[in-house]
Design a protein around this ligand. Sequence first.
Ligand code: F3S
Length: 390
Amino acid sequence: MQLTKEEKEMLAGKHGRAVKSSMDILVSLGEIFGAKRLIDVSSVQIAGVSYDNLGESGLNYLSDLAKDGRVRVLTTLNPAGMDMENWKRLGISPEFAEKQIRVIEAFKRMGVVTTCTCTPYFIGNVPHFGEHVAWSESSAVCYANSVLGLKTNREGGPSALASALTGKTPESGLHLDRNRQAEMVVNVAARMEDVTDFGALGYVIGKKIGKKIPLIKGVEKASIEQLKSFCASIATYGGTALFHMEGITPDRTRVPKQRVGVTQKEIDAAKKDLTDGEEADFFAIGCPHLSIREVEEVARLLSGKKVKKEMWICVARPIKRIADQIGYSKAIEDAGAKFACDTCMVVAPVRGRFKCLGTDSAKGCFYARGRHSFRTRFRNIRELIEEATR
Ligand code: F3S
């Protein structure tokens, strides 16, 4: 790889130990992926923040980097294993909380904005079209590449942190325009009305085309909430980090010859596949984390009602603060639902506490089954609130 004078100095340790070990990671990755050089990034989002994933060795690694490492670009975090303020209310043990707090403190010492969310684009980590970034959470990466027109590979936690500490990433994969072209046309002939329709669409397309980049035709309009649900689902069930949606997403692409279709029947079947439980004892809305518009919808639907089961509303803390100011939080909390800021039902250690999750997230169904062995009920927000309050 061709390195600049400054990059060579970083690699030689002239900018400190954390920068040196970060450059070691980036140069090794660059060589593996055939990158000719490193490029600057303007933003980073780091996944692998939950102590449940990191364990003691991950915590020690972060504490060591924090001795002299400082981030060079705007950097935010993916959800942690608990709400950093209200962890007791969500049933988290003090032992786990103590470890998770130490993880977040290590990031803070490095200058990371310790807002823990998979929707960094709702809280100000939102560069403009065409910028190179290093994000790691799969739905956020897909949203960045496809909806915002940013350029990022799906980074692992350590490589994203290395980019934060150096401001660099290898120029490979989706940073190169030639790798951002659609590989298959997907014609959608189905009603796309709510977030669960888009979650089911991501499920169907993901299973059909895997990691290929689709050019999706036939979707007339999509809100940012529907697109975030679609991103989470297609990245989970297929693995792609980029799609083009005709008339909706901003990037240009050539039109490939290969074509597949999606029918209404397949969307209906996907919704059935995502439901294998009869009755939920745990409800979680906000995977990916909710927009303020979705919080308003939840508040309106919960107003004057009481939830009879555990219900989590997963959001970034700054979105919760806005909801506090407007009064949405009061309506939600008066109904007995709980905000789960900084975390979600997947990364929190909830295995064994519940049997069946009710959620509007196709991605949430996948991980609730795989990670927590829950059954799932895939329903839209209105239906979930009806079930939780009856
Ligand atoms: Fe976000 Fe957790 Fe879902 S990190 S995308 S809410 S699994």
